[in-house]
Design a protein around this ligand. Structure first.
Ligand code: GAP
Length: 562
């Protein structure tokens, strides 16, 4: 491992040490899948959400330069909906019936594991790695029963006490030997097959091998559907009539308010509704730090457009979203748009691109955002469930009608007005991003290591995202220096988040600011009193220049470009 590589361990340690991210409820031992953002992390995530809102809602991407959409205007508006909504919303959206993962439960430790993740989780365990070693030294067909019993006693007993081999070595080994020696069963060739033998005391009635629990080696049940929505009750009585769900996505609040926004905001197709807010999913195996959590924040847009133009808008948003990540300093070689194959698409979806980022916890890029063409599915579903007809949220294209109406007789006009292309249910393009996942990507991207510096770790945030934009230091807390430094600090903090620090050595103060990712530090020293200049130190290359003390704010504005 290169010393400067941004490993998850280093990022997690820095985030903990400098107060970016803490485990939720740490004082009680923590709670899996929940995280708290500390002072720096909360500023960072707020900057991310503010940048998204500014660049997507208040000043949305331009169509200029697009071969077919150039010059087309569209409006973007925001909503902030409740987390708990009517239960019918989730029936209409398909979340009550379908928002589930296939799960297996361990018969011994009772932990649940996602069926599609069992083997990748096993491969990460210490007991798996020690088996790999055993087979690496001897070869898969040379390992004898005695080796396996020794392995069970030395390693597996501690790590996977409920593995069949550990619970009952004699039966498991003799069964394994019998199977291996019988002509009908060739020797298991893959490690996965060997593990299934070691986990299966005896073949069951269904003749099925056991898949071992990654945590204790016990038997996993056949996978069953497990709904990911958190349930609660609204009102005093805890019965089914009062059951409610915490929203698993912010999108449905937008769809449920489509008509309200359309009727009250003078928006015209094409237009988008945006929302930032918390979403909750009872993820069975929250993992990879904040990447897969049970409570997280989404930044979602539902963009409503005419079906005939929907593919153009899909491509427009895909480009716009990729460019947004790049504009905030995400290197293009770590960012990968992945167009989903036909077989991956939901039945109603015409296209979907996952915008992925190469995090240090995986060799494969992982999803930051999905840009999906959802057709008219969501509005149709809510039309059906809320109003009793699929096209309840159809809209009338009065511009097209005005253009074409003379083509119809009075008799034909009535019929034509109620049909496409004049009356239609809009199609939806949905760019749906995770604020926490992007925060983690920004931290990863910013992590820098330079062993020639006094304090080698620093965070090279994009200026827009840096939690603190500047620090002001008097070299010493005496000799009239604080009297010069404080007014500079007060002037800066009116405009940019800034910190004042008069304690410890100047090197330690620079190092603290490097770890916080602060782009510039202004130091007031002995020379300031003589010639009125201060030192400005640049985070990225630790270079220093002197400027007049009256120019600090102007310098900052210029360099940050904000
Ligand atoms: N409305 C569409 C939707 O919710 P999704 O792909 O399930 O689509 C969108 O979620 C984004 O939300 C993801 O790309 C990811 O950034 C974020 N996200 C989803 N599940 C998450 C989790 N368990 N933890 C953190 N972020 C998550």
């Amino acid at each position: 491992m290169k010393k400067d590589a941004a490993t998850m361990e280093k990022i997690v340690a820095l985030c903990r040490r400098r107060g970016f991210i803490f485990g939720s409820s740490e004082i009680y031992g923590g709670i899996n899948g929940f995280w708290d953002y500390g002072p720096l992390g909360c500023e960072l995530k707020r900057n991310i959400k503010d940048a998204w809102w500014q660049d997507m809602v208040r000043n949305p991407p331009s169509t200029a330069g697009h071969p077919k959409l150039a010059g087309r205007e569209f409006q973007m508006v925001g909503v902030d909906c409740s987390i708990i909504m009517h239960t019918r919303v989730w029936e209409a959206s398909g979340h009550v019936g379908g928002f589930s993962d296939l799960m297996s439960t361990c018969k011994y430790c009772k932990k649940m594991v996602r069926a599609d993740q069992v083997w990748s989780m096993i491969e990460e365990t210490e007991w798996f790695k020690s088996l790999v070693e055993l087979y690496a030294t001897k070869g898969i067909d040379q390992v004898a029963g005695t080796d396996l019993v020794q392995w069970a006693q030395r390693k597996a007993k501690k790590l996977v006490p409920n593995l069949a081999l550990v619970r009952n070595p004699t039966v498991t080994i003799s069964w394994l030997t019998e199977r291996v020696l019988s002509a009908s069963t060739p020797f298991p060739m893959t490690l996965k097959e060997v593990i299934q033998y070691l986990a299966t005391e005896q073949l069951s009635m269904t003749n099925a091998f056991v898949t071992p629990c990654p945590f204790c080696g016990g038997d996993l049940t056949e996978p069953r559907q497990f709904n990911l929505m958190f349930e609660s009750h609204a009102g005093a009585v805890k019965d089914d009539a009062n059951k409610v769900y915490l929203r698993p996505e912010t999108a449905q609040g937008i769809f449920a308010n489509f008509q309200n926004v359309y009727d009250t905001s003078r928006v015209k197709i094409p237009f988008g509704i945006a929302q930032i807010g918390k979403a909750f999913r009872n993820e069975i195996n929250p993992r990879n730090y904040t990447f897969r959590s049970r409570e997280f924040e989404q930044m979602e847009i539902e963009f409503f457009c005419h079906p005939d133009e929907s593919m153009l808008w899909y491509e427009f948003w895909r480009e716009a979203r990729i460019n947004w990540y790049k504009s905030l300093g995400i290197a293009s070689d770590k960012l990968r748009p992945r167009q989903q194959g036909k077989e991956e698409l939901a039945h109603y979806s015409q296209a979907c691109t996952d915008i992925e980022y190469l995090f240090p916890f995986s060799d494969e890029p992982q999803e930051l955002e999905g840009v999906a063409h959802r057709g008219s599915f969501d509005l149709n579903q809510h039309g059906k469930f809320a109003k009793g007809k699929e096209d309840a949220f159809a809209i009338f294209d009065d511009e097209a009608w005005e253009r074409d109406k003379d083509r119809f007789t009075a008799e034909e006009a009535k019929d034509a007005k109620s049909k496409p292309p004049y009356k239609y249910v809009p199609h939806v393009i949905e760019p749906s991003a995770g604020a926490d996942r992007f925060t983690l990507a920004v931290l990863t991207e910013a992590y820098s290591y330079d062993e020639t510096r006094a304090s080698p770790e620093f965070l090279k945030f994009h200026p827009r995202l840096a939690p603190i934009k500047a620090a002001v230091f008097p070299l010493v807390a005496k000799d009239g220096m604080p009297e010069i430094a404080l007014p500079i600090y007060e002037a800066i903090r009116k405009v940019f988040p800034a910190q004042y620090d008069a304690k410890q050595s100047i090197g330690k103060r620079y190092a603290r600011m490097d770890e916080a990712g602060t782009p510039f530090c202004f130091t007031i020293d002995g020379q300031t009193k003589e010639d009125g200049t201060v030192t400005v130190r640049n985070r990225d290359d630790a270079s220093q220049v002197r400027i007049d003390k009256s120019r600090c704010l102007e310098y900052l504005r210029d360099k940050l470009g904000l």
